[in-house]
Design a protein around this ligand. Structure first.
Ligand code: MN
Length: 252
């Protein structure tokens, strides 16, 4: 069957983050406008997973590459079971500033709904080849990575399978068979709190009782002095560590 549409212009040929910016009205959403970040090649690369209750609940899986966050919407979220293949629809690159975003995108705005920072950490190429290997894997549609998150750890692969009608690339997110793999632990069902604030989706959506539409406090964040203590049950790890106001993105 002939393709319905001509080869789509690759969004990556545009200015970085052009599509991201086109879709959003930053006078109405507290999401960061953001610019690509230039950094030394030796620095560790970050990943985040954001749980997003938009029109359909999904998990946004984001991997830092070349100063932006490559992004996939994973409707069912990641699985630790290597026999489970999770559909991951590639979406527009996001700015790295998005990595600390948690809060509510106003109704009527692009992606309107509650966003929880569900996991964060660093990641690397499985073969140890650094960003060059990751870039190559991304282009080939066979991206093998090792995650060092609080909820997600170990080897994973993103395999590109096809484009959908809109020209969006579809991938599968699959756990590698390693010591972290298990079919006994449903991580998205079990872990339902923010890795950043310990809040549930409902707490993010309602407890604050408001939608931040300005950047005054940076997304949904409150001033440090009034920030509620995190519930002890949220995550046993790193609970006591004082958090910086914003993740540092300069050098380390
Ligand atoms: Mn999303």
């Amino acid at each position: 069957m002939p393709r319905k549409q001509p080869t789509r212009k690759r969004v990556t040929r545009e200015k970085p983050l052009a599509e991201y910016k086109r879709k959003r009205d930053f006078s109405k959403t507290a999401e960061p406008a953001g610019e690509p970040v230039k950094r030394g090649s030796r620095r560790k690369l970050h990943f985040v997973v954001q749980k997003h209750a938009a029109s359909h609940l999904h998990f946004d899986f984001r991997l830092e590459l070349d100063g932006v966050m490559k992004s996939w919407a994973v409707p069912k979220g990641p699985s630790y079971d290597p026999s489970v293949k999770r559909l991951a629809m590639e979406v527009e690159d996001h700015p790295m500033e998005y990595n600390t975003f948690e809060g509510t995108i106003p109704k009527g705005q692009y992606g309107g709904g509650t966003v929880m920072l569900w996991d964060r950490g660093t990641y690397e190429a499985e073969d140890g080849g650094g960003e060059e290997s990751l870039r190559d894997g991304y282009e080939r549609g066979d991206l093998k990575i090792v995650l060092h998150g609080e909820r997600l750890q170990g080897g994973w692969v993103l395999v590109r399978i096809r484009r959908n009608e809109g020209g969006r690339r579809q991938w599968l997110l699959i756990k590698h068979r390693d010591e972290m793999a298990t079919s006994k632990f449903d991580v998205v069902a079990t872990v339902d709190t923010s890795v950043k604030s310990g809040r549930t989706m409902d707490e993010i959506a309602t407890r604050r009782g408001r939608v931040w539409q300005s950047n005054r406090y940076g997304g949904d964040e409150e001033p440090a002095a009034t920030r509620r203590k995190k519930p002890a049950a949220a995550s046993p790890k790193k609970r006591a560590a004082p958090r910086r106001r914003r993740a540092t993105r300069s050098t380390s």
